[in-house]
Design a protein. Structure first.
Length: 56
């Protein structure tokens, strides 16, 4: 398995509730859930949700 590049943020697995919000088209809710449950900042939560959306 290749190592991620130093410029690439570590992959974060978003909570199931956030995944369900994404599937329902509620991206802002998914970001808020991710931020609250994982205790990350807004930018990190947004990146995690966008990565999930892109990779699903």
């Amino acid at each position: 398995m290749p190592n991620p590049s130093p410029d690439e943020p570590p992959k974060i697995i978003i909570p199931t509730a956030a995944m369900m919000a994404v599937e329902a088209g509620r991206l802002i809710e998914a970001i808020k859930i991710t931020q609250a449950r994982l205790g990350v900042d807004l930018k990190t939560a947004q990146q995690a949700v966008e990565t999930y959306l892109r990779d699903r």
